[in-house]
Design a protein around this ligand. Structure first.
Ligand SMILES: Cc1cc2nc3c(=O)[nH]c(=O)nc-3n(C[C@H](O)[C@H](O)[C@H](O)COP(=O)(O)OP(=O)(O)OC[C@H]3O[C@@H](n4cnc5c(N)ncnc54)[C@H](O)[C@@H]3O)c2cc1C
Length: 453
């Protein structure tokens, strides 16, 4: 069937390379960054333009095959096994309109390429902490990053998209054209078609005052207890989060933190460094003398250095919860999980709020929730998956009574949780839009939103 599918694509005029199992290039093209999946598509088709995307959608439909779309694979959750996997990495054009402060990007673009193009212009996109993530999946799933408290979710910055819908047609989605599709794309992920181009707003950010401060893990309870009150008062110009982790015991890590468990404060302030220091003083006081780190003035592009080099692909399991408040039991539970002799690799506590809390009418869910906790076990550390799952299930059971029950689409990898990322009203409306544009649920190898019945 692989041969027949490749032949059908080529006969229909698919211009990009098509890889079959066993061929050179097949594995490199099919494997996602998130190695929990080991997809086995009949073919991997690398699109070079929107016409290729239309052909791939039409051929997969005609042959009745599962269909998946992949840029980097950071958010791959359901494999297109025995189907067509469409890779978008070759569609990586970046066009900047400095005057209008917009960027138009292909679906294979990663944030790093946009940052490189716009940083010298004193402009910034609403990218995440990890510049190696794909702009398309990130934006369609909401997208929260260093500037989001000031300017909102990446999905809020989407101005226009071109999309190949399930019927193979290329449509434009914007406030004026197909507004229902445009609404759904801003948070509803890959359910409504294959996006072939995105136009996003850029923001004037000449410089930020940003960095990481590492405190001993023994200070974690003090820091978090201060943070839960302090964060609610931080200005929108300040984005902060706390990460508890064990630093790798390798030469590249500086001795003060090498091999140690730490709690790190991550901060990015759009403003004067002295003001930033004053604002952060209560957290420094709670953490005591930092083991390492500091904040510096830098262009927005400089924040890429804070998360280090591009991480290797890996498999991991995680637990995600949102909270209206971080009460004592929550802090005790998460600090216990991160500081004890447990398999947990990372626990990240983010403060949301600011522009993210303002309702822009997009389906990105749970905007009003101020805190998230993501707890992750990196399976490449050698923790057996069963043990990791059972640990995270136990952690989830302890946190759940204090949590809202909601999640954020970009942070979850379990497709059974998709609905929890949306309010009931938005979930229903997304299902109605799905019914309009994809009534047979052709695009289902994703965080699936089933068509309304
Ligand atoms: C290390 C790491 C750090 C992260 N940091 C953040 C963060 O700071 N903030 C945040 O919000 N998220 C973050 N994420 C989550 C990330 O935004 C999602 O995983 C996102 O889906 C990645 O997009 P991608 O295009 O690279 O992924 P892919 O795995 O290639 O795509 C994921 C899904 O997006 C959809 N999709 C991708 N391209 C298209 C397209 N052209 N048309 C239609 N649908 C498409 C599909 O449903 C696809 O299955 C992080 C993830 C990782 C692994």
């Amino acid at each position: 069937m692989s041969q027949e599918t490749a032949a059908a694509l080529q006969t229909a005029g698919f211009a990009g390379p098509v890889y079959l199992p066993g061929q050179e290039g097949y594995d490199a093209a099919r494997l996602p960054w998130r190695r929990n999946l080991d997809p086995k598509p009949l073919v991997v088709a690398e699109a070079t333009n929107a016409h290729d995307v239309q052909i791939a959608v039409r051929v997969a439909r005609e042959l009745g095959l599962p269909f998946g779309v992949q840029s980097t694979g950071h958010g791959a959750v359901v494999p297109a096994d025995d189907g067509v996997l469409l890779k978008t990495s070759r569609m990586a054009d970046v066009r900047v309109d400095q005057e209008q402060r917009t960027v138009t990007a292909g679906p294979g673009v990663i944030w790093n390429s946009v940052i490189e193009a716009v940083d010298p212009l004193g402009l910034a996109p609403l990218s995440g902490a990890m510049p190696w993530v794909g702009l398309a999946g990130y934006t369609l799933g909401g997208g929260t990053g260093w500037l989001s408290r000031k300017f909102g979710f990446a999905a809020d910055s989407l101005l226009r998209a071109t999309v190949v819908t399930a019927d193979g047609e290329l449509r434009t989605a914007s406030e004026n054209e197909n507004p229902d599709l445009f609404w759904a794309l801003r948070g509803g992920s890959g359910n409504f078609g294959v996006v072939t181009e995105l136009e996003l707003r850029l923001f004037p950010v000449e410089q930020v005052y940003a960095g990481l401060l590492y405190f001993p893990i023994a200070k974690a309870t003090d820091v978090l207890t201060r943070y839960r009150e302090w964060a609610l008062e931080e200005p929108d110009e300040l984005n902060t989060g706390l990460v508890m982790l064990k630093m790798p015991d390798i030469d590249q890590i500086p001795p003060p933190v090498r091999g140690k468990k730490v709690i790190s404060l991550r901060a990015c302030y759009i403003g004067d460094p002295d003001d930033g220091d004053k604002l952060l003083a209560p957290l420094r006081e709670a953490g005591g003398e930092p083991l390492m780190g500091g904040l510096q003035t830098m262009t927005y592009g400089g924040v890429r250095r804070l998360t280090g080099p591009q991480p290797m692909p890996r498999a991991s399991l995680e637990h995600v919860d949102l909270f209206r408040a971080l009460d004592d039991e929550v802090i005790e539970t998460i600090v216990g999980a991160a500081s004890g002799d447990t398999p947990l690799s990372v626990a990240e506590i983010r403060h949301w709020g600011g522009a993210m809390a303002r309702d822009t009418g997009t389906p990105v869910g749970h905007r009003d929730v101020p805190f998230s906790i993501v707890a992750e076990i990196d399976l490449s550390d050698g923790t057996p998956p069963d043990e990791a799952k059972s640990f995270l299930d136990g952690l989830g059971n302890s946190l759940r009574p204090h949590a809202t029950g909601g999640t954020f689409l970009n942070f979850i990898n379990d497709p059974a949780l998709t609905e929890t990322a949306f309010s009931p009203a938005n979930w229903q409306r997304l299902r109605e839009v799905k019914k309009t544009y994809d009534p047979s649920n052709f695009f289902h190898c994703n965080h699936n939103i089933p068509p309304a019945s």
